[in-house]
Design a protein around this ligand. Structure first.
Ligand code: PEP
Length: 251
């Protein structure tokens, strides 16, 4: 079965007002979105999830940018997966490199969060990716596998239908330095081959592996032609009108 093309927009800690987030939703509501992109998901700051849910149409779904591995209790400032489900939010992004680097989330923490998110019926956009230093040392596959291995250890085979893997090389995130189509294809194929060995060939064939890191309207078309690139996770460009062109990259 063909994998459904998936495009996510990670707003990070932007925009600064609710009205600006409404304007972004309005832009998507009024856009002609290519039905070939079967899933479009935006991840605004958590405060804007509920108001945006009321505004968003056109089949666009919502994701939280983070969720904790406990569902309730004395965890000041955290976001509960069950509260996201109660709010009708279907997806959560976990393991983004900014969370790993700035908030010291290890692969084991990310795996624990993934387990609990799935248990509460959230779907997960699971981010992995190597630094420039690791790529230059020839460790790209090793690093991606180690990050995935922690998740593989706590997931059952059937859980993978609820996971989209986002390959986001750290050196490409927010830098304007996009991976070439060949680099993205090679790494996505390596990730798929790892999933085949570590989980099963069926899971490897069915799991969407999307690319993130300085995706723009200009580079998305060529990246989208690669056989193992099943969509994008977009940061900066998801706040701009060009996000629609990225969603429509397959057109
Ligand atoms: C991201 O934040 O996931 C990302 C890929 O950012 P950017 O597109 O700005 O590189």
């Amino acid at each position: 079965m063909a994998r459904q093309f998936f495009v996510g927009g990670n707003f990070k800690l932007n925009p600064s007002t609710k009205e600006q987030s409404f304007a972004l939703a309005e832009g998507l509501n009024n856009a002609q979105l290519d039905p070939a992109t079967e899933e479009v998901v935006i991840a605004p700051p958590s405060l804007y999830l509920l108001p945006l849910k009321e505004k968003l149409g056109n089949g666009v779904q919502l994701a939280a940018q983070n969720a904790y591995f406990k569902v309730s209790g004395a965890f000041t400032g955290e976001i509960s997966p069950t509260q996201l489900v109660d709010a009708g939010i279907p997806y959560v992004i976990l393991g983004h490199s900014e969370r790993r680097t700035l908030f010291h989330e290890t692969s084991e923490i990310v795996a624990q969060k993934t387990r609990v998110a799935l248990d509460t019926s959230l779907k997960v956009i699971l981010c992995i990716g190597e630094t420039l230093e690791q790529r230059e040392a020839g460790k790209t596959a090793e690093v991606n596998e180690a990050q995935l291995k922690a998740a593989v250890a706590v997931l059952k085979e059937e859980d993978w239908s609820k996971i989209v893997v986002a390959y986001e090389p750290v050196w490409a995130i927010g830098t304007g330095k996009v991976a070439t189509s060949a680099q993205a294809q090679e790494t996505h194929a390596e990730i798929r081959s790892y999933l085949s060995k570590a989980v099963s060939p069926a899971v490897a064939a069915a799991t969407r592996i999307i690319y993130g890191g300085s995706v723009t309207s200009a580079n998305s078309k060529e990246l989208s032609t690669q056989p193992d690139v099943d969509g994008f996770l977009v940061g900066g460009a998801s706040l701009k009108p060009e996000f629609v062109n990225i969603i429509n990259a397959k057109k």
